[in-house]
Design a protein around this ligand. Structure first.
Ligand code: FES
Ligand code: FES
Length: 158
């Protein structure tokens, strides 16, 4: 008898079936399933590079056991990044390395979904779980604030 569990996820709208052996994190399951937009670095919940939205909640996927995720919806940078944020990050020089950027993108798009307008402190607080010790945060914060204002203006004009 095969005791390997079968877990079905919906990742950025597409089904992903995994057969985790032992204690497998959501991060490992996603990457083993070809979802390479999700990055792993510390794998201890410290750096935020593995951030995804899991059933609407921002999580470090390295800290979530995939066996607890049957039927869950997972959103990664691949599905979440909208062109206006990509453009703003580029213009503000805020596209950083391949380890941290996907996590920053997920956190930023999650923050941008907030009902109320974002203040600088809101963005800084939202990004505090995403670490970079190489460059800086000012460009990212400026890009998110710019996109938040522009999206709200566009929604108000509709
Ligand atoms: S890899 Fe998950 S928090 Fe660092
Ligand atoms: S960790 Fe990505 S640029 Fe510093």
């Amino acid at each position: 008898m095969n005791s390997t569990p079968r877990i079905t996820l919906v990742v950025d709208g597409d089904p992903l079936v995994c057969y985790p052996e032992g204690c497998t994190s959501l991060l490992r399951a996603l990457r083993d399933g070809g979802q390479l937009a999700v990055k792993g670095a510390c794998e201890q919940g410290e750096c935020g590079s593995c951030t995804v939205v899991l059933d609407g909640l921002l999580v470090c996927s390295c800290l979530v056991a995939v066996e607890t995720c049957e039927g869950s919806a997972v959103e990664t940078a691949r599905g979440l990044l909208r062109p206006d944020l990509a453009d703003a990050l580029a213009r503000h020089g805020a596209v950083q390395c391949g380890f941290c950027t996907p996590g920053f993108v997920v956190t930023a798009e999650h923050a941008l979904a907030a009902r109320d307008p974002l203040e600088r402190d809101d963005v800084v607080a939202a990004l505090e779980g995403n670490l970079c010790r190489c460059t800086g945060y000012n460009g990212i914060v400026a890009a998110v604030l710019e996109v938040d204002a522009a999206r709200r203006t566009r929604r108000a004009e509709r």
